[in-house]
Design a protein around this ligand. Structure first.
Ligand SMILES: [Zn+2]
Ligand SMILES: [Zn+2]
Length: 303
């Protein structure tokens, strides 16, 4: 047992060392040029966001400050921390800073119910999960946030049906779109349902980052008055967004989509670079080591 724990500790340490090396390289490299940030369209600032990111502590591998660093490298201006039914990592982030390395961090959670998942972005507190879609959306608004139907498949779309008018956004671009044709068609059908009920609904692109997939794989371009939490939430509520998937396709208002089409294609075709790969290997090592040590347990360690 002692040997196993030593191996796990070594794995964890390797992750930390590799992570530090790659972090240093990352400080001077970007895999995706920040083509969106600073761009003005029709009086609005065009911001690039990933509004569905899981973080540590919780169900993601990276703590918020490492996510901010990775976001910057991936040409993102904004990320929202959306762990399943809890906001612990946001609470910790708030002790440090809500803006890290020029990246705006938004509070949030992924309200996770048996039938559907709902992104709650900008909320100041968690909301109950054992409720209908309409009640969850109302609770999200009361908590100061916007509600986004997360990766809605057929079952989720059926559960939300009738409540899309109360929901601010729908994830038109999500990694499930790239799994196979069937999941892509299901997502298309759910988005069509959302648009039929709520024509101005914000189309959202998110990576749903947990451990390895690059954040910003799918992303959202937000047309906001400025780069503040308040303006970003206002823009989502008003539907001034364009979703961008991992193949460089855009979803949303055609005029707005035209303004960010090139940036979306550039983000999708950006080659994964060595630093990014090293960083992900580091994350995997650190995560496996930490997970193994947790399973091995501190009590067993002193036996
Ligand atoms: Zn989910
Ligand atoms: Zn998620």
């Amino acid at each position: 047992m002692r040997r196993v724990r030593l191996a796990l500790a070594a794995l964890w340490l390797t992750g930390l060392v590799l992570g530090s090396i790659s972090e240093r390289s990352i400080a001077t490299s970007r895999s995706v040029p920040s083509t969106s940030s600073g761009k003005i369209y029709d009086g609005f600032q065009v911001l690039s966001a990933d509004l569905h990111v899981h973080s540590f502590p919780g169900d993601g591998a990276l703590p918020p400050w490492a996510l901010a660093s990775e976001a910057r490298r991936r040409g993102l201006d904004i990320i929202a921390l959306t762990n399943h039914n809890q906001m612990l990592s946001w609470t910790l982030t708030n002790w440090f800073a809500s803006r890290s390395q020029g990246v705006l961090l938004l509070p949030g959670e992924e309200v996770t119910t048996p039938k559907f998942h709902m992104g709650a972005v900008g909320v100041q507190r968690t909301v109950g999960w054992d409720r209908s879609a309409r009640t969850v959306a109302a609770a999200v608004h009361a908590a100061g946030g916007v509600a986004i139907a997360a990766h809605p498949d057929n079952e989720a779309a059926r559960a939300i049906d009738g409540a899309f008018a109360d929901i601010d956004g729908v994830e038109s671009a999500h990694p499930v779109r790239h799994v196979n044709d069937k999941s892509s068609r299901e997502l298309d059908a759910s988005v069509a349902r959302a648009l039929a009920e709520h024509p101005g609904i914000a189309q959202i692109g998110s990576s749903d980052f947990h451990y390895l997939a690059p954040i910003g794989l799918c992303r959202t371009y937000i047309f906001a008055r400025d780069m503040t939490i308040r303006s970003v939430l206002e823009a989502i509520h008003a539907g001034r967004t364009v979703a961008c998937d991992g193949r460089g396709r855009t979803y949303g208002d055609p005029h707005l989509a035209l303004a960010v089409g090139e940036a979306c294609r550039a983000a999708a075709t950006a080659k994964p670079n060595l630093h990014g790969q090293l960083n992900r290997i580091a994350v995997l090592c650190a995560w496996l080591g930490a997970f193994g040590l947790t399973l091995a347990g501190p009590r067993r360690a002193i036996e």
